[in-house]
Design a protein around this ligand. Structure first.
Ligand code: FAD
Length: 433
């Protein structure tokens, strides 16, 4: 009999909670990864760099496993089909995984668990990608927090060494199944092209964290960690990162708490992940669906330089600075009054660090419909934002080289007009009983 450890968004061997438990089980462990066609079949851009990132991470894991005489089994297909086959091929006593809190993932795991149980196996999941999950942090009424400040306070008072210490997986590598796994398909065979994107490092220098509080809000300084993609796919451990943050920057730690916050929102209120506003009244807003305006926003041609710079940064490198994510999202949902879900989906396609919980949380915050949202009548003024956060226009010039020439478009909409239109539409929806 064997145990299987199924990698998903935890693509590393070190400090991996589920893998650690698998290695301490009574069975030799086969590591597994599945390129999931439920996800891949919906990716239109065959150059999507995220696939290369995942592929490289799998190759790295394979390389490390081979030095212990083991290997990784990699499949391409639909998880349920693959698990049905695996449970015929192998005597699987236990399957170990780390929890994934997205609605699709929880449904998938429930189905796979049934397949395993039918053969008298056990399907186990562990907390790995966050410090606190699900309902570990509740308020005095035993309800999930929906306001960040209170959540963060409770998070900090609960957090201690126990929650931040690493799982020493490497001590138990002897328990890996010793074998050579069958070859697996290349990226090209799965329909994707290899990207030569220069991915950010998974190491966050202490020195960057020490400057973070002062510099993080100024996009031209590029002073944030760009660790999002590593957190998304688990190529770094959140426990290690949180320890580093604790030592060097409490403001940075607070950003990691935001990440936990939105993960628990998604788990406790899964409807937010299926297109519904956190505050139902906001689904009464009569959004515009103007294709031309939406296209201009996507392409960074709104005539608002800071908005355009943000969108072009996203289009060109798959990353956008947090301040710009707030400004561009607010511009789409408030200035253009376009359904925030269209913007959410656009970000999901483009962001290398795309994460359903954080992206949805960010979009609902910007549209005003989310937890912790700023009051709807607070509308970012893109020009005032530019003065404050890009006073010398350095960030704008980097991404919008034609700024100041005739080639640069006129503003798509007048600020005052847009503001009034937004206030009217929001008020009308929210005043209804
Ligand atoms: P740093 O400033 O170095 O922060 C470190 C890490 O903390 C980030 O990588 C991230 O994991 C976490 N973090 C920071 N801010 C937030 C936040 N507000 N919410 C949740 N986690 C946070 N973040 C994503 O990881 N994926 C997304 O798809 C995503 N979409 C967003 C959409 C909108 C409209 C908005 C307003 C924000 C979104 N964010 C998202 C949050 C934030 O903008 C990014 O995490 C951050 O810009 C990533 O850059 P960084 O790694 O350099 O961040």
């Amino acid at each position: 009999k064997i145990a299987v450890f199924w990698f998903r968004r935890d693509l590393r061997l070190h400090d991996n909670a589920g893998l650690y438990r698998a290695l301490k089980s009574d069975y030799p462990v086969i590591p597994l990864f599945i390129f999931d066609r439920h996800i891949l079949d919906h990716i239109e851009d065959k150059n999507d760099s995220r696939l290369t990132f995942i592929y490289n991470a799998i190759l790295q894991i394979q390389k490390e496993l081979k030095t212990s005489g083991s290997d990784i089994l990699v499949h391409y297909g639909f998880p349920v089909d693959i698990w049905k086959k695996l449970s015929e091929e192998y005597a699987i006593a236990e399957v170990y995984t780390n929890s994934d809190y997205e609605p699709y993932a929880t449904d998938r795991d429930n189905e796979v668990a049934q397949i395993i149980q039918k053969k008298n196996g056990i399907f186990k999941t562990y907390k790995d990608q966050v410090i606190f999950e699900k309902n570990e942090i509740l308020n005095q009424k035993n309800m999930p927090y929906t306001v960040f400040t209170a959540y963060s306070r409770a998070w900090k008072s609960k957090c201690n060494r126990f929650y931040l210490s690493s799982y020493p997986t490497e001590k138990y590598f002897d328990n890996l199944y010793k074998w050579q796994a069958p070859d697996f398909p290349s990226l090209e065979e799965m329909g994707f092209r290899k990207s030569d994107y220069n991915f950010p490092s998974s190491v966050v220098p202490a020195e960057l964290l020490q400057r973070y509080k002062k510099e993080r809000d100024f996009p031209a300084m590029e002073s944030t960690s760009r660790i999002g993609i590593h957190l998304r796919f688990g190529t770094v451990s959140i426990r290690e990162l949180a320890r580093e943050a604790e030592e060097n920057s409490l403001v940075y730690l607070s950003e990691l708490i935001w990440r936990d916050f939105y993960q628990q929102i998604l788990w406790n209120f899964p409807f937010v992940g299926t297109g519904k506003a956190f505050r139902a009244a906001y689904d009464r807003i009569k959004w515009r669906y103007d294709k031309e305006d939406f296209r201009k926003w996507c392409e960074g041609k709104t005539g608002y330089p800071l908005v355009d710079a943000g969108m072009r940064q996203l289009n060109e490198i798959g990353f956008m600075h947090n301040r710009l994510r707030m400004i561009t999202a607010s511009f789409l949902s408030k200035h253009l009054l376009i359904d925030w879900r269209l913007g959410e989906a656009y970000f999901a396609d483009k962001l290398l660090d795309y994460d359903l919980a954080a992206n949805n949380g960010g979009w609902q915050w910007a549209a005003g419909s989310g937890t912790d949202a700023a009051p709807y009548f607070r509308i970012f003024n893109p020009e005032a934002q530019a003065k404050r956060f890009d006073a010398k226009g350095e960030y704008v010039k980097r991404w919008v080289p034609e700024i100041g020439t005739d080639a640069y478009p006129e503003p798509i909409v007048d600020h005052r007009f847009a503001r009034d239109r937004c206030l009217r539409a929001y008020k009308e929806a929210l005043d209804q009983k």
